[in-house]
Design a protein around this ligand. Structure first.
Ligand code: HEC
Ligand SMILES: [Cu+2]
Length: 354
């Protein structure tokens, strides 16, 4: 019954295209749950009608006492329970996969801002309300919000994730069908929320390489970050090779950091972001609080992404994927590092922003 409805529903485009590898599995679970619900609804309503008719009030018939049936009660408890467990297990499996991007995913950075989506690529190019990706490559989006809660949603990929101010959220997908797909904000975020839409362009790899090679102009994301590192005076404190009052940032990316309260944390994107915007939140063991000025309000989320890209580029062990695999010009750590240490030597006494 349901199956015969499908083409009609799809034709009315109530159901978005399936354009990612996760779309099929998500839909399968959706239709399973919908199917079970539909069947149960029909069974229950049919029983109500049947029993209402069968035991309707009649003259000269006396009601008899029914004591119940353990067998029946166990059956209608255990069977639904098992069906629910299937839904749970299946859903948990999809959820787990959705939370864990493959390590070879290409990384793209997305910043939500009333009322637009800003996109930054590792090669330094950027665009607004548009995202270009190659078909067949897993893509991980690292997302931040400049103001309020937004929600990043691409129905054709069956992905949606809230983007909450104050930290990073991420979502991933593997597009498997070239084309142009709607991108929405699905969290009411102010009076022009409805206009916070855009397009995702899924391209053939060769076409994509062409498109990507046109971008940039201002250097890679890491090079942009390096310029900011000078501009904001980070370089006056964080020397590249010599540890003074400040930790050396070379090589810290994705490595454990010992904090002064005894905890050890991994220097991932979220940690680096917090270290820049709110340095006192976590103090590195052996260093003083209140030395590093906090940069909240001084640097935008896009700047933070650039600074982090630069710090990442100082860690030669960073896997290629983290540096934007699939991009034609990933930042070369040695080049960025060398340029930075030269710049460091050149400007020792730059003013520190407060
Ligand atoms: C006035 C000196 C000073 C300036 C300027 C400064 N920092 Fe720091 N930074 C420190 C000190 C001191 C620490 C260690 C104490 C702490 O954890 O807050 C630190 C810690 C950090 C850490 C954590 C390092 C680790 O090993 O875990 C990062 C990342 C960082 N700074 C990035 C930056 C960036 C990016 C800038 C420029 C936007 C900057 N800092 C500007 C002094 C400074
Ligand atoms: Cu929004």
């Amino acid at each position: 019954m349901l199956a015969s409805l499908l083409p009609i529903v799809a034709a009315a485009s109530l159901i978005a295209d399936q354009a990612s590898e996760q779309a099929g599995p998500v839909d399968a679970l959706f239709w399973f749950i919908t199917g079970v619900s539909a069947i149960m609804t029909v069974v229950i309503f049919a029983s109500i009608c049947f029993f209402a008719y069968k035991y309707r009030r009649r003259t000269a018939v006396h009601a008899t006492q029914i004591e119940g049936s353990n067998k029946l009660e166990l059956t209608w408890s255990i069977l639904p329970f098992l069906v629910m467990l299937v839904m749970f297990g299946w859903g948990a499996d999809l959820f787990y996969k959705a939370q864990n991007p493959p390590t070879n995913a290409m990384e793209v950075f997305v910043t939500g801002k009333q009322w637009m989506w800003k996109v930054q690529y590792p090669d330094g190019s950027r665009e607004i309300d548009a995202l270009h990706v190659p078909v067949g490559t897993p893509v991980k989006l690292t997302m931040a919000s400049e103001d309020v809660i937004h929600s990043f949603s691409v129905p054709a990929f069956r992905i949606r994730h809230d983007v909450i101010p104050g930290h990073y959220d991420s979502v991933w997908f593997t597009p498997n069908k070239p084309g142009k797909y709607h991108l929405f904000c699905t969290e009411y975020c102010g009076n022009q929320h409805a206009g916070m839409t855009g397009w995702v362009y899924v391209m053939e790899p060769r076409e994509y390489a062409n498109w990507a090679s046109g971008g940039g102009g201002q250097g890679t994301l890491a090079e942009q970050g390096q310029a900011l590192f000078q501009q904001f005076g980070c370089a006056t404190c964080h020397l590249l090779d010599q540890q003074g009052r400040c930790p050396i940032l070379r090589g810290i990316y994705n490595k454990p950091v010992q904090l002064d309260d005894g905890r050890t944390v991994i220097a991932d994107d979220a940690y680096l972001r917090e270290s820049i915007l709110d340095p006192n939140a976590k103090i590195v063991a052996g260093f003083q609080p209140d030395v590093m000025p906090h940069f909240k309000g001084q640097v935008t989320e896009e700047n933070v992404i650039q600074l982090i890209a630069y710090i990442k580029s100082l860690s030669p062990s960073t896997p290629a994927s983290q540096q934007g695999g699939g991009q034609p010009t990933p930042p070369t750590p040695s080049r960025a590092a060398r340029a930075a240490s030269q710049a460091n030597a050149a400007k020792p006494g730059q003013a520190v922003p407060r």
